[in-house]
Write a protein that binds this ligand. Sequence first.
Ligand code: GTP
Ligand code: MG
Length: 445
Amino acid sequence: MAATDLERFSNEEKRNLSLGGHVGFDSLPDQLVSKSVAQGFSFNILCVGETGIGKSTLMNTLFNTTFETEEASHYEPAVRLRPRTYDLQESNVHLKLTIVDAVGFGDQINKDESYRPIVDYIDTQFENYLQEELKIRRSLFNYHDTRIHVCLYFITPTGHSLKSLDLVAMKKLDSKVNIIPIIAKADTISKSELHKFKIKIMSELVSNGVQIYQFPTDDEAVAEINSVMNAHLPFAVVGSIEEVKVGNKMVRARQYPWGVVQVENESHCDFVKLREMLIRVNMEDLREQTHTRHYELYRRCKLEEMGFKDTDPDSQPFSLQETYETKRKEFLCELQRKEEEMRQMFVNKVKETESELKEKERELHEKFEHLKRIHQEEKRKVEEKRRELEEEMNAFNRRKVAVETLQSQSLQATSQQPLKKDKDKKNHMTPPKGPLEVVTSPLCF
Ligand code: GTP
Ligand code: MG
C-alpha cells in the first residue's frame, strides 16, 4: 500500500458495519474474567492508627477469619511497617491479601517523623514495581504486586477533632495512596456526638486540603450507592471476634452489661458500609486508582528525575532513544570533565609535593653548611690549642734541658768541692757562691 493510501486510510472515519451472523468476539469479557480468575488477585491494605486502636480486630472482622497477630508494645523507638501476606479463597477466586501494620504509630514522644517510614514503605513498593517494568525480561504477569491499594486510617474516637499527627500523616500520604478514614471503636461514642464528630473531621480534612479516597460515581451501576456512601465518610466502625446470640442467630458483636453492639447492624455502626465499599463494590477501583493515579505519579516523577521526558524544549515529541542518546552524551561529557579535573588535581599534587621536597632539600643543605662551618671553626680552635700546647711543650722541654744542664753542672761542681774545701779551709772557710743560686732559679717558672 502506498504511503498516501495509508495516510488516507488512517484519516478516514471508522465506519460501523453490521455482522451477517454470530462471530463470537462477544465472549471477550468472559475470556478476560476467566483469565483473571485463573491468575488470581492481589489486594494490599495498609492499617495506620495508634497502638491498640482495633486494627487487627477490624481486619479479622472484615475478612471473617483470624489472621495471625501479636500485640504491639507502646515502646517502639520508631514506626515500623509489618507486612503479612495470606492466601484466601472464596468460591473459585483466589486473593493474595497483604495486610501491612504501621506498628508503633503515635507512640513516640517526638512524632514529627512518624509518617516517614510509611511514605518510604509505599515508595519502595512503587519502586520495586517500576524496576520490574524497566527490566528487559519483565515478568509482570506473575509479579507479586505489593503496592498499597488502600490505607485504612484509624481515627481515635475522641469526639473532639483530629490530632495534628492525623492531619500531617494523611496529608503526606494522600498523593501516594487511597485513604479511607474510619472512626475506630465507634461503640465508645454516643450517636449525637458521633454525628458532630464526623462533620468536624470532614471539615478539618477539607480545610487542610487532605484528599481522601472518593468512591467513584462514573460507573452507572454503582454511582448511586457510591455517592450515598461518600456522604457517610468517615465510617464509624466496631470490630469484634466474639459471637453473641441475638434472637436465634449467632452474630459478631460486643457484649456490654447494658446491651449488645452488633457489628453488622447498620443502626449500630458503619461496619457493613465499610465492607460493602471496600470489598464488595470498589476493590477493583482501588486497585485501578493505585495503578493509574498514584503509581503513575510516582513513575512520572521518578523518570523525570532521571532525565526522561516526552517532549524536547520546542514541545516536539522526544523518544526514549533520543533521551538515552542525550543522557549518554551528557554522561560522557561529565565523565571527561571529571577525568580532566582529576588529572589536573594529580598534576597539582605532584607539583606541590615536588616543591615541598625541594624546600626540604634546601633546608637540609643549609643545615649541612651551617654544621660544616661550626665543624671547621671547632677544628681551627683545636688546631690553635694544639699549636699553643706544642709551643708550651717546647718551652718546657727547653727549660727542662736547661735545668738538667745546670743540675749536671752543679753536680760536677759539688764533686770538685772537697778539693776546694781543703783549699777554702785554708782560705778561712769562705761560703760557696754562684752555681747554687742558678739551681733554684729554673724551678721558679
Ligand atoms: P496493635 O496491633 O497492638 O497496635 O493493636 P490493634 O490496633 O491491632 O488493636 P486490637 O485489634 O488488638 O485491639 C485492641 C483492643 O481493643 C482489644 O482488647 C480489642 O478487643 C479492643 N477492640 C477492638 N475493636 C474494638 C471496638 O470496635 N470497640 C471496642 N470498644 N473495643 C475494641
Ligand atoms: Mg494489631
